[in-house]
Ligand binder design. Sequence first.
Ligand SMILES: NC(=O)c1ccc[n+]([C@@H]2O[C@H](COP(=O)([O-])OP(=O)(O)OC[C@H]3O[C@@H](n4cnc5c(N)ncnc54)[C@H](OP(=O)(O)O)[C@@H]3O)[C@@H](O)[C@H]2O)c1
Length: 301
Amino acid sequence: MRIGRRLAWGSLGAGALYWLARYLRPKHSALVLQEKVVLITGASSGIGRSLAYSFARRGARVILVARRADRLEAVRREIEPYTSDVLVIPADLTDDEQLQAVVRQAVDTFGRIDVLVNDAGMSQAGPLQDLDPQRIERLLRLNLWTVIRLTQLVLPIMLQQSSGYIMNIGSGGGRIAVPLFAPYVATKYGVSGFTDALRREIAGTGIHLTLVLPGFTNTDMLNPEMLTLLERYGYRVEHPDAVAERAIVGLIRGENEVVLGGVQARLGVFAERHAPLLLRLYWRLFLTPEWRAGLEKLIRS
Ligand SMILES: NC(=O)c1ccc[n+]([C@@H]2O[C@H](COP(=O)([O-])OP(=O)(O)OC[C@H]3O[C@@H](n4cnc5c(N)ncnc54)[C@H](OP(=O)(O)O)[C@@H]3O)[C@@H](O)[C@H]2O)c1
């Protein structure tokens, strides 16, 4: 009995010490974004556009990359009052040659890259057997391959500078296995794993990685019907400006992981790690025929 009690107190103490050490662990010095060169993919809309605005407001020099040149130019006009340097590079990031050209043009113009933001992405939802295989391939390429390849191209530049920051925009679906989004979840788990592994690989080089896990965010990625469905089920949907602002604060503070989407999402990430059975039960209850039908209608529309 006494041994049991000691064991319980011992584990409680060890747990408390572990959390305290995590809380107090030295963080690298706060990043000052003034004049820093920031390359943002997916900058033509949604979270990427909001990130461009938030970086510009902090005086960073910003490189905007996506396919739609007109949308990038519109973002340039929006942020020019805040920053002296904006470079627009229209490119399809699933193409290796175009990726290499983006990095070349960025370095030719500014001579360095201080922050790389891997934001460009797409989504796909529905029962696996109904999904278009070509879209699955494009999704894997853009959401995962592009993140890895662009990081691989930028890393030597940052290693030479002995400093750099990489922000990967993953998703809550990169820590929670959300049903009916299997290929998307696969890419986002990939981004989480890639970020975690690379952080260990390059520890001590002066390069820092922040993984951002947005919850549902009101961007072009979610159509109005999806938004209505989410609202009906009580899901929190955030504004991209709020997501961008929180992501940048996390980057500045040197946080390894920024979980957005409110308490619900944080609980989800915690439960997936420590109590997966609970989440299995949750999805059994939550995956109602109404939710399935709603999502399937969206996919067909
Ligand atoms: N919205 C959400 O609920 C949510 C939740 C969790 C995570 N996220 C993640 O947040 C990131 C941004 O998504 P968002 O919600 O802001 O959606 P979005 O508004 O649709 O933005 C996607 C961006 O990716 C760019 N893009 C797409 N294909 C590209 C390609 N082949 N080459 C270059 N750029 C390409 C798009 O620009 P062009 O079309 O001009 O190329 C656009 O700027 C994604 O990684 C997404 O997975 C979103």
